[in-house]
Design a protein around this ligand. Structure first.
Ligand SMILES: O=C(O)CCC(=O)C(=O)O
Length: 275
């Protein structure tokens, strides 16, 4: 009996020491973090969650209210607009690797204009590219899996995604799915309107209105901007920002500047709206 107890203690000790991503629950039991298998070591979290000065709504926001307050005017974060638990479970690391590991994915450089492309297997991307961003690496040297999804291959997954329940008249939705390591992100850029949701991990969003030019270099990463420039911005009423957790969706109106910064290894999806 005593031997069994000692063995149990040793196993528990090995589990605790061997897994450096464990949380202590309220009951004092060690629990693995709910990260869908997209592990982030605490020491690799360079960016921290930040303040939120973007309006936050919940699923009670109606389509009419969305059109009147935000669609053409202003960003908004919407909590629990849809339930994507099923889709989230399909995007856990083991499920995605099993279904898509062998497929070829097209990576885009993580600079403002994303001109460079690189093709790798999804397995290789997950093994060799989903790692913490180095501060010294430029955006044009960082390859990011986002957009450029082969819709034939990814369709059975993408059709399981429940899109935000808001529309823009005469616009059609197109999905872009991606994932990337902590500290990565896309520097300031703009395009048409859309929604973005983080499925695993947290992501910081920074935004400027279309008529204000943010101060940034298109080949520098959001991480470089965040570490070197952002702390110097003390009082800029034009800078909007928010940290999104799973279950939250951000809406970016047409031509609003935005930059992203993944705090954790993150899995995310955008719904782009085009006329
Ligand atoms: O999620 C990201 O990191 C990039 C998203 C983005 O910039 C976009 O949807 O336009």
């Amino acid at each position: 009996m005593l031997l069994v107890k000692i063995l149990n203690c040793l196993i528990l000790f090995a589990l605790v020491v061997g897994h450096n991503n464990l949380n202590v629950s309220e009951k004092g039991i060690f629990m693995p973090e709910d990260d869908g298998g997209w592990l982030t070591n605490p020491e690799d979290r360079i960016a921290q969650p930040g303040p939120c000065n973007i309006p936050v709504e919940d699923g009670s926001l109606t389509q009419d209210e969305f059109l009147e307050r935000y669609a053409y005017h202003y960003p908004v974060v919407i909590r629990d607009a849809t339930n994507n638990q099923k889709f989230r479970s399909l995007t856990q690391r083991p499920s995605l690797l099993e279904g898509y590991g062998h497929t070829t994915v097209r990576l885009s450089s993580a600079n403002s204009y994303s001109y460079s492309k690189r093709d790798v297997t999804f397995y290789e991307y997950c093994s060799n590219h989903v790692h913490p961003q180095k501060l010294s690496t430029l955006g044009n040297e960082t390859f990011y899996f986002f957009g450029d999804n082969n819709h034939d291959e990814w369709q059975s997954l993408l059709e399981m995604y429940r899109q935000p329940p808001y529309t823009l008249p005469k616009h059609f939705a197109a999905l872009s799915f991606g994932l990337a390591g902590p500290g990565t992100g896309v520097p300031f850029h703009f395009h048409g309107p859309g929604f973005a949701e983080t499925l695993w991990g947290r992501k910081r969003w920074f935004m400027y209105p279309p008529d204000v030019n943010p101060n940034f270099h298109p080949n520098r990463t959001t991480l470089q901007w965040y570490v070197e420039d952002y702390p110097k911005i003390t009082d800029d009423p034009n800078l909007l920002e928010c940290t999104l957790s799973p279950g939250e969706v951000i809406y970016f109106p047409d031509k609003w500047w935005h930059a992203t910064l993944n705090i954790d290894s993150s899995v995310f999806i955008s719904t782009f709206l085009s006329p």
